[in-house]
Design a protein around this ligand. Structure first.
Ligand code: 5CA
Length: 437
């Protein structure tokens, strides 16, 4: 892609409500555009990054055996009346009527709808366990939408649902999701901490929220730094190993301000291991047994032929929130560096161009075509402006690698720079090796 062709409508004057750096950066680099309070359009740069995050979430769901499906955004009120949540959910739920006057709503979450799908088709324990998920827009009429994509009314969420015969089996499904979440966040190059959590309007008595560390996060986090020493990738994918993994993570002290007690922190965590920082909730998992299946009559035959309510859990990841959360975690001293796994481009070529010298641009185009042939996703900055402005701009766009075609690039050796480090002179072959590693 040539930068001159890329649709990046940058905003120079930031609105006063853009208080946190992700909101500011996403507006400045034309990733999003507000359409009304808490509702955004995703423009090409932001959309590309979000889609990459979505794909990692998807791969890690598929790898634990969850199956992807798609439920609608608009739901009928009837199933919510059956579960009892239609009245409980309150003003956060956007209620609408169709032309026949039927009460509909824009789904804030999907426990009822998935239970309805499930009860109409599954009748026997033999079809269990099942893990189903979709990645779909949600709507919550937040009273104070703020911080850009971090707390909005319309947001993109991965929500998964598990169905099991017994409590014991359901906890195995819960542990699989726990594992999948840690792997997902580590692929996004984020430090995520699972923390015991309250269940709010979703319900149940077993719940963890996944909080990533970012100095500008909304919640205060108090943790033992030993939590970062555990590598989720060392656990085998079987029930006993996954249970051990959850125990290993959850026995280490980590809480948000809601549960913080200074005496406990000082008693349980050695002074030199104490971390006090801020965090952002990017995922939340719940086990709630028959909270929905019982009132909604979602019954299955157990091994003895007796009808029993299926045991369920639900598991959310804020895919659109994650875009902002990655910025909060990675944007420092006016340089944004996207993790390689979700960067909008693999590399940017920055030639020094002037009106009477097009030689560098021609060189850049040759490299561009060569890298494209190798399936490397390249951005070429063909805009006619001075190098210092170009560097400032690319510090914000955040492509982690740059090939700079200026005085230091000679013959077949080029100046290659990784953001936040010194540049080096490398042959194109060595650059390709670096980009592909
Ligand atoms: N039904 C459950 C699990 S699927 C559920 O809805 N959980 S939740 O309410 O915790 O939402 C899951 C994730 O969605 C949160 O961890 C958060 O990352 C994201 N999320 C929730 N509300 C918003 C919002 N208003 N704006 C952006 N992201 C949000």
């Amino acid at each position: 892609m040539y930068l001159s062709k890329l649709f990046i409508p940058t905003t120079k004057d930031l609105p006063t409500e853009a208080k946190i750096k992700s909101h500011q950066l996403m507006l400045r680099t034309g990733m999003i555009k507000q359409s009304s309070a808490g509702i955004y359009s995703w423009l090409p740069l932001g959309f590309k990054i979000m889609k990459k995050i979505e794909q990692i979430v998807r791969e890690e769901q598929n790898s634990i055996g969850a199956q992807e499906m798609l439920m609608p955004t608009i739901q009928s009120s009837e199933i919510w009346k059956e579960s009892g949540r239609y009245d409980d959910y309150g003003e956060e739920m956007l209620r609408i009527k169709d032309r026949q006057g039927r009460e509909m709503l824009y789904g804030p979450t999907n426990e009822e709808l998935i239970t309805d799908v499930f009860r109409s088709s599954v009748k026997s324990y033999k079809s269990l366990p099942q893990l189903l998920y979709h990645i779909q827009w949600k709507f919550r009429d937040e009273i104070r939408p703020r911080f850009g994509v971090m707390r909005c009314k319309e947001f993109y969420m991965k929500d998964a649902y598990s169905f099991d015969l017994s409590d014991e089996d359901a906890k195995k499904s819960y542990n699989k999701m726990f594992y999948s979440y840690l792997k997902t966040f580590s692929r996004l190059n984020l430090k995520a901490i699972p923390m015991a959590a309250d269940t709010g309007p979703i319900g149940g008595d077993l719940s963890h929220e996944f909080v990533i560390i970012a100095e500008t996060g909304e919640s205060d986090v108090y943790a033992d730094k030993k939590i970062f020493e555990i590598d989720p990738n060392v656990y085998k994918f079987n029930d006993s190993s996954l249970l051990k993994m959850r125990e290993d993570f959850t026995k280490i002290y980590a809480v948000t301000d809601e549960k913080f007690k200074k005496e406990d922190f000082n008693k349980l965590v050695k002074k030199e291991n104490q971390i006090i920082t801020k965090g952002i909730e990017v995922g939340h998992i719940f086990y709630f047994g028959d909270k929905y299946s019982k009132p909604m009559n979602c019954l299955i035959d157990d091994k003895s032929g007796k009808k029993t309510s299926v045991k369920m859990g639900s598991y959310g990841i804020g895919v659109s929130r994650l875009v902002g959360a990655v910025v909060e975690a990675k944007y420092n001293s006016s340089v944004m560096k996207w993790p390689k796994s979700i960067s909008p481009f693999d590399v940017v070529i920055i030639p020094s161009i002037s009106k009477n010298n097009k030689e560098n641009l021609e060189k850049a185009e040759k490299i561009y075509n060569d890298l494209k042939k190798q399936n490397i996703d390249v951005l070429l900055d063909d805009v006619d402006e001075n190098m210092s402005n170009k560097f400032k701009k690319h510090d914000l766009i955040g492509v982690p690698f740059q090939i700079i075609i200026g005085s230091k690039s000679k013959g077949n050796n080029f100046e290659f720079k990784e953001l936040n480090s010194e540049s080096e002179i490398l042959s194109l072959d060595n650059i390709k090796i670096k980009l592909k590693s």
